[in-house]
Ligand binder design. Structure first.
Ligand SMILES: N[C@@H](CCC(=O)N[C@@H](CS)C(=O)NCC(=O)O)C(=O)O
Length: 420
């Protein structure tokens, strides 16, 4: 779903390119004509004063005529230069704007009420937090957050965002999913946590660090707003891979914490990028993937038929094309399956070296949950069936499915609930 809307957006931005090329050609054409004209003008300019330059009145005439032109030219040039400098200055002076103090995560008012696509209730969650996840069912980042919430057994509501109308996120400036809205039993504050990795880091810090509440923990993740070289506004969340333990967590070595961080980053920077080119490898695979998204996302229930068909057909066609670009951008093998197998094997090799059931030992840690979460996004696609056939992922993957379903980490949440 997510991919469909990004698809349409990306298609539009691609569609703009030929136009901009066209405009450039017209511009070049005009310029050529212009250059030719000004060249003639220059010749006249050069010729007139000097060839007829003997007469003073002719000189005055020339200055009157061309001096004005020169003045206007300088004026326009100075104005254009100043404007350009101003725009440039704006670009380089906006990179860092730091609201900090966690203010960027506080909502001034409660978002509108939407009917949840489903409500997850786990009796062991006694934290009293009211968590709402805004998501696309098959977005890998959303799947990662769900894997985390389900493993720990948090209670939460799911709001399925319509990627065509995005009507459920009109009230926020944040343009992506997933994000969480959290309400607290003992405070009026309402928080909006943005970015899958930051969400997981904040909640995990909250579970481990009983001296801090979520409102104060978010202050450790200040955002930096900047404008990139293409003029796009971007947000960088500082420390998003770091957990705010307060003190060194018992039973964990420093190396083990660093490793966990490394894998979480690998998931965001590497693993996630092999998914799209693989699930949209051929037109029929792209179509099959979208049909599966429609099924697990319950689109038939949630969206109008025309919306669903639009997303499935247009989305599949667009993503097939975009998949090819992503393949180039992320320098995947010609046969993108090879890249998928390779990355999965990188993970499996590390797991084998560790010698335990999960990367976290007997219980999954955040690396396990992140790898597992993004893989569940493509679980029903041909690509993942191929991965299961051609690598040894199944054993670990099935163990993860089981432990997430059983809320294997629920004790931590209930302990946190009783200490609140
Ligand atoms: N770094 C973000 C990435 C989130 C992201 O890129 N989400 C995509 C969906 S998979 C999105 O919302 N794109 C904009 C859109 O579809 O409108 C995170 O980890 O949460």
């Amino acid at each position: 779903m997510s991919k469909a809307s990004s698809a349409v957006i990306t298609m539009l931005s691609y569609a703009r390119r030929p136009f901009s090329c066209l405009t450039q050609n017209v511009f070049v054409l005009r310029n050529t004509v212009g250059t030719h004209r000004s060249h003639c003008l220059k010749n006249q300019w050069l010729q007139r004063p000097f060839s007829t330059g003997k007469s003073g009145s002719s000189k005055t005439y020339m200055w009157k005529r061309y001096g004005k032109l020169l003045g206007v030219g300088f004026g326009v040039g100075a104005f254009a230069g100043a404007y350009y400098a101003y725009e440039f200055y704006k670009k380089i002076s906006t990179p860092v704007a730091n609201p900090s103090e966690g203010g960027e995560y506080i909502l001034k008012e409660s978002p509108p009420e939407y009917a949840p696509a489903r409500t997850i209730h786990v009796p062991t969650d006694t934290t009293g937090l009211k968590i709402t996840l805004f998501q696309y069912q098959t977005c890998p980042f959303c799947c990662k957050v769900r894997a985390y919430l389900d493993f720990y057994g948090f209670n939460y509501d799911v709001i399925e965002v319509n990627s065509v109308t995005r009507s459920q996120t009109k009230w926020t400036d944040y343009r992506k999913v997933p994000f969480l809205v959290i309400k607290f039993p003992d405070s009026e504050t309402i928080l909006q946590l943005k970015d899958s990795t930051m969400i997981i880091s904040v909640l995990q810090s909250y579970l481990h660090n009983k001296n801090e509440n979520i409102q104060s923990l978010v202050k450790c993740y200040p955002t930096i707003n900047y404008t990139d070289e293409e003029g796009e506004k971007r947000i960088e969340i500082m420390n998003k891979y770091f957990l705010m333990y307060g003190q060194h967590p018992s039973g964990r070595t420093k190396e083990d914490i660093v490793e966990e961080r490394k894998w979480r980053k690998w998931v965001d920077d590497v693993l996630v990028h092999v998914l799209s080119p693989n699930v949209y490898r051929t037109p029929s695979e792209a179509f099959q993937a979208f049909q599966w998204f429609s099924k697990v996302g319950n689109w038939e229930q949630l969206f109008a038929t025309w919306e669903r068909l639009l997303v499935v057909y247009v989305g599949a066609a667009a993503m097939y094309i975009i998949g090819k670009n992503l393949k180039r951008r992320h320098q995947l093998h010609d046969d993108v399956r090879e890249s998928f197998y390779e990355e999965v094997n990188v993970w499996l090799k590390a797991l084998k070296k560790k010698g335990t059931r999960f990367m976290g030992g007997d219980v999954p840690n955040l690396s396990d949950l992140s790898v597992y979460g993004v893989l569940t996004a493509v679980e029903g696609c041909d690509a993942f069936q191929d991965v299961k056939k051609n690598t040894k992922i199944s054993q670990w993957f099935e163990s993860m499915t089981e432990v997430v379903k059983q809320h294997g980490g629920a004790t931590l949440v209930s302990e946190r609930g009783s200490s609140a």
